[in-house]
Design a protein around this ligand. Structure first.
Ligand code: ADP
Ligand code: MG
Ligand code: ZN
Length: 492
């Protein structure tokens, strides 16, 4: 097993509890808006504030998204799922209980195929997938605490793994790959800064072959990097404790990023402490056959599968395909752009390669420099298709193409109009280009000599000089031809 590191004295066991905020319009048991960033305490009603006598009603969209995840994680779906009350007093939970699922969650006994650093895959078992409501938010200011109940009652899906992960690196990779999957599914935005994806990390160590040790849990990690760092810290801390002859106390700990350490928060409660019992105001949920068929049909192709198909169908290499499938929106953009070119004889692999290198190169740079995500820009597959086609047909140079894409990205517009309006029209006049080529060739005798001696690639250098002299407007095909003529056909 990767990471078990036999040179290490102890075997490590890591299990994660990942919470994701589901993207729904309203909260999970009432009609309040489920949005982030509102003014405090405006998205509340008697139901989510726990007034006496109110009744919860289950949000169908949250259920649908929960089942999409359970199915994507290959879970067995309980015929009858039961909501239960998890009783505890917390100031951010006005009802003094949380509606969750315990004995019969939506999904159990699934697995997630984790891609490891060496490219191999290992199944990480999923204990269960259950739906619950989130608590409100406490804001601590000095000696006072403020409460914002906007988040109370928003739909939270919890995914619990078995303790199958063995290193901090693996746990980090799990969070990253799982996040990619649920973003692909469109069930959450996975925004870790806003707390849309949070993680509790459980870890124990033990001598080899002795099975699970006593676990500690690090709560509320909101970055995959912190998951890794907190676990690596805990593994070291636990080894030290055991080496010194002491015992690990089962407890809940917190990660302090500033100090790069965990500290004890409380001894861990066991499920008995919560006095779970079935929620009397909600009937058990029995998913119908049609509903499940529908969910199944809605499941999109997963990132890893799509990456491999794109390598096969479009002739991209592993790295290119990894990049274009990093986000669903990017993969859709790529395939859409290439399809606009498609003739009757299938995919144009050269064009696909060109699209991929533009997405990963010039376009990525525009996205990074502007800070605007591709899907929020004016750039569409149609625009990229027509610009790249103009480049392919030598109607414009790559440099001009880049400028056009940059302009449309920010301001919108039609490529051919921009070419005309900005006077980017190509210089195709042979006489005019010939004059410039002559000047460049004469000014670079050493380069010309090396080309004559076989360094054909150096022609690219001269092309670049001509483009520079013409602000990228010289027709590349004609230019190249004239350079060759000048070097190889004219007498020295
Ligand atoms: P609960 O939160 O109800 O106490 P468990 O403790 O059974 O549930 O499991 C919570 C998480 O802790 C799971 O992800 C599980 O894989 C992990 N876990 C449980 N026992 C251990 C252990 N001994 N070592 C490491 N991880 C563990
Ligand atoms: Mg727990
Ligand atoms: Zn409400």
């Amino acid at each position: 097993m990767a990471g078990s590191m036999k040179n290490n004295k102890y075997q490590t066991f890591i299990g994660l509890e990942v919470h994701i905020h589901l993207l729904t319009e309203s909260k999970v048991f009432c009609g309040c808006p489920n949005v982030f960033g509102s003014e405090p305490n405006i998205n509340v009603c008697p139901v989510c504030m726990g007034y006496p006598g109110v009744l919860p009603s289950l949000n169908g969209e949250a259920v649908r998204k929960a089942y999409q995840v359970a199915m994507a994680l290959n879970c067995h779906l309980n015929e009858k799922a039961v909501f239960e009350r998890k009783n505890y007093f917390y100031p951010d939970m006005p009802k003094n209980y949380q509606i969750s699922q315990f004995e019969f969650p939506f999904g159990i006994n699934g697995y997630f195929e984790l891609e490891l650093a060496d490219g191999s895959r290992r199944k990480i078992r999923i204990h269960d997938v259950h739906l619950e409501e989130d608590a409100g938010k406490m804001i601590h200011e000095g000696s006072r605490s403020k409460l914002d109940y906007n988040r109370a009652g928003t739909p939270l899906l919890e995914i619990v793994t078995e303790p199958d992960l063995v290193t901090g690196d693996e746990a980090e990779a799990f969070v990253q790959q799982f996040r990619q999957l649920v973003r692909y599914l469109g069930v959450t935005d996975g925004n870790m800064e806003e707390g849309s994806l949070r993680c509790d990390a459980n870890v124990s160590i033990n001598e080899y072959g002795k099975g699970l040790g006593t676990t500690t849990e690090v709560k509320n990690l909101n970055s995959s990097k912190f998951v890794k760092k907190a676990l690596e810290y805990e593994i070291k801390r636990q080894s030290k404790v055991i080496n010194s002859g002491d015992k690990i106390i089962q407890e809940t700990r917190l990660w302090d990023e500033a100090k790069s350490r965990t500290s004890s928060m409380r001894t861990k409660e066991s499920s008995n402490d919560y006095r779970y019992f079935p929620e009397p105001d909600l009937p058990p949920y029995r998913p119908g056959a049609d509903f499940l068929e529908d969910i199944k049909a809605s499941l999109i192709e997963f990132p890893g599968v799509r990456k491999n198909r794109i390598i096969r169908e479009y002739g991209l290499n592993e790295q290119q395909s990894l990049f274009v499938t990093s986000e669903k929106s990017m993969a859709d953009f790529f395939e859409h752009t290439v399809s606009l070119k498609g003739g009757s004889d299938g995919v144009d692999k050269d064009f696909a390669g060109m699209v991929s290198s533009w997405l990963g190169g010039n376009i990525r740079k525009i996205v990074n420099d502007s800070g605007i995500p591709l899907e929020n820009s004016y750039l569409t597959p149609q625009v990229v298709f027509s610009v790249l086609e103009m480049i392919e047909k030598d109607e414009i140079s790559a440099g001009i193409g880049k400028k056009i894409i940059g302009i449309i990205f920010r301001d919108g517009g039609v490529p051919t109009d921009i070419v005309r309006d900005l006077g980017m029209d190509q210089i195709s006049d042979k006489g005019e280009i010939k004059k410039i080529v002559s000047g460049i060739v004469d000014a670079n005798p050493k380069v010309v000599d090396s080309i004559r001696n076989g360094a054909d690639k150096q022609i690219g250098f001269l092309m670049g000089q001509v483009m520079k002299a013409t602000s990228g407007k010289a027709n590349p095909g004609i230019t190249q031809k004239l350079i060759r003529e000048k070097i190889f056909e004219e007498p020295k």
